[in-house]
Ligand binder design. Sequence first.
Ligand code: SF4
Length: 414
Amino acid sequence: MARVSDARGTIESDARAARRKAMVKVEVPVINKTARAFRDAHFPGVDDATWNDWRWQVRNRLSTVEDFRRMLGVNALEAEAIAMQGLRLPVAVTPYYASLLTGLDCSEALRRCVIPAAAELDRSYGECGDPLAEDHDSPVPGIVHRYPDRVLFIATDICSTYCRYCTRSRLVGRKETRALRTRVWDQAIDYVRRTPQVRDVLVSGGDPFLLPDSALEYILSRLRAIPHVEMLRLGTKTPMVLPQRITPALVRMLKRYHPLFVSIHCTHPGELTPEAGQACARLADAGIPLGSQTVLLSGVNDNTETMLALMRGLLKNRVRPYYLYQCDQVEGTAHFRTPLSRGIEIMRGLRGFTSGYAIPHFVVDLPGGGGKTPVLPEYFQGRDGDELIFKNYEGREFRTLDPLPSADTDADRR
Ligand code: SF4
């Protein structure tokens, strides 16, 4: 029998080493204390395996006034807004995410993200159903082709939990049939195949992780087989709202389609639970680079302290902060929007005060299809002769040499 020696010089058999490795790999899904208490109070008799079954989580989402009243104690205005669901955007919250809305400091912020407010039914100046004009840039159903070398592939209309500020509220939650979906996918894949400049495909929705593994693999395998497609991306909120979906079987499948990136939509440090951490770890362990996307939301994350905690927390979970978005002008979301100056102030509070890796790009996705446009605090103050003037992260002034080209130098070049 072959024997191996570990770093401490102890000896173990190959078979024992293999058994030990296998044991390490069979991870037990975690359930945090608050979620367990919520489950026991509202879903008595549901065992760990059932609670950790993502399909059970989807089937048992909170969606009626009665569900919310019984489990979360909504007020009269919230109840009225929930009752009007469907007018703009469906209401649904996984039991797991609902468990985060009780008894925590952050619960008010998280509630605001998923429980409708009466203000949602108002339409404010400048708002519309499709503020980014995605429909205008859609050459075939299921594709948005705005930038030169990449496309958005809308794989599904379904999400497990509906964010009240969703930019695609005009599309999501419509319950399309599998046959219709497959027809749309085939057309979209065909568009990518006959458009050679497309080297990057972002598969999003809705939430693509709401599709069964086989359906998601149908899309990924066909896209991966197109020679000019160099990379695939998935845009999802699942690790934050339904971490149970990130199963070992799913990540085994995803691993077959590298280079594959996952952009995770996160809103608040309260979402970074042990369950979310485990979901991120599974994806990261499969070699999938993880990035984050966060919408700046009034009353949720619009202060430096919360944003710093979120960005640092993401890095601890191996997610690289990627984008911080100014909230789009989608109808019914005025109560979420902050002045642009708030975002700039938050960015000023991050840069220099924490690792560069924790700094996202703050962008405005310009209405009418102008695209993502970065916004930065002003550090460059101007020029004084041969010197450039900057203010650093502490607001102190510094100068650096940047000689103006002289007439001699210009002559030499000619
Ligand atoms: S997960 Fe994304 S697509 Fe779904 S409701 Fe939230 S923002 Fe919209």
